[in-house]
Ligand binder design. Structure first.
Ligand code: SF4
Length: 296
């Protein structure tokens, strides 16, 4: 009997509960049981942007990013970085070489430069880094001819860029001397490739390379030539006379006045000879002026 009364009471309570939920759904009211199930954050109605991170329970905090130990972030093996060793002297030479403006060459000179750049007529082609053709004004009034490229010149492909070249530039540009910009003269060598260890040129190397110099001079048609040192002077003058006896005297090469002078490398080793070289620069200046004033 008691069990049947309990069953009847359960049914009555269930009907009342269902009726309450149905009424709330029809009237679009929140159902009491659903309201209780809402999470704490929604219950407060707080804006997510105004929530104080520390006020959140551990479960609702944003997950912390996993940070690996510093050691784990490093690559297993760091690549070896090799810094090329470039001497201060070579760096200075590079700076000077890049300061030399590139001049567009007349077609014949460009064709010759292109031919020489791949020359293999003598064994120096096997050890050179660059062919050093020549630099400056292809229509210069004054051409300087040296012996052969040195280390800096071989690296840069430009003649007279080392210490000797800097001295030559100084002597050419000094207003009380020649007073001509380096870029307004033309500078080249008898040999276009560097002899190993800067040894003296050998006669067969000069024989192979001299025709290029001859063509260069024919195309430039300078008013005056200045040979620097023994090899250039003896090569163009076809002479075996020592430079000490040739220096400071006027000669002719293919009808062009030629003045032998000391090589700037020699001047770096023998400062006392600079005085004579400065005199040679003045003699060149006077000769150019004299030829300019002379009617063609
Ligand atoms: S030195 Fe002259 S002849 Fe010899 S490989 Fe160089 S450019 Fe040619």
């Amino acid at each position: 009997m008691a069990e049947s009364i309990q069953e009847i009471l359960k049914q009555i309570i269930g009907q009342i509960s269902s009726q309450v939920q149905i009424e709330h759904i029809i009237e679009d009211k929140p159902v009491p049981s659903l309201r209780r199930a809402a999470p704490a954050v929604q219950k407060t109605g707080a804006d997510i942007t105004t929530i104080n991170r520390n006020s959140l329970t551990p479960k609702t905090r944003f997950p912390e990013p996993e940070i690996q130990p510093e050691a784990d972030l490093k690559p297993e093996s760091s690549p070896t970085v090799i810094t090329p060793k470039i001497s201060v002297r070579t760096q200075k030479a590079a700076a000077l070489a890049t300061a030399v403006p590139e001049v567009a060459l007349p077609p014949e000179m460009e064709a010759l430069r292109s031919k020489v750049s791949t020359c293999e007529k003598c064994s120096l082609c096997q050890t050179r880094h660059n062919v050093v053709f020549g630099v400056g004004n292809p229509r210069a009034e004054l051409v300087f001819v040296g012996e052969a490229p040195g280390e800096d010149e071989d690296i840069q492909g430009v003649p007279f860029v080392g210490r000797a070249g800097q001295l030559l530039t100084q002597m050419v540009e000094e207003p009380r001397s020649l007073g001509i910009k380096r870029s307004d003269v033309y500078i080249c060598n008898v040999l276009k490739c560097r002899p190993p260890e800067n040894r003296n040129p050998e006669s067969h190397e000069i024989e192979c390379c001299e025709p290029y110099l001859k063509l260069q001079l024919e195309l430039i048609k300078p008013k005056v030539i200045c040979t620097l040192g023994k090899f250039a002077s003896q090569t163009l003058l076809k002479s075996q006379t020592p430079i000490s006896q040739l220096r400071g005297k006027w000669f002719e090469y293919e009808g062009i006045p030629l003045l032998p002078s000391f090589h700037p490398s020699y001047l770096l080793r023998n400062a006392s000879a600079k005085k004579e070289s400065w005199q040679d620069m003045l003699a060149l200046r006077n000769k150019i002026d004299e030829l300019r004033d002379r009617p063609d």
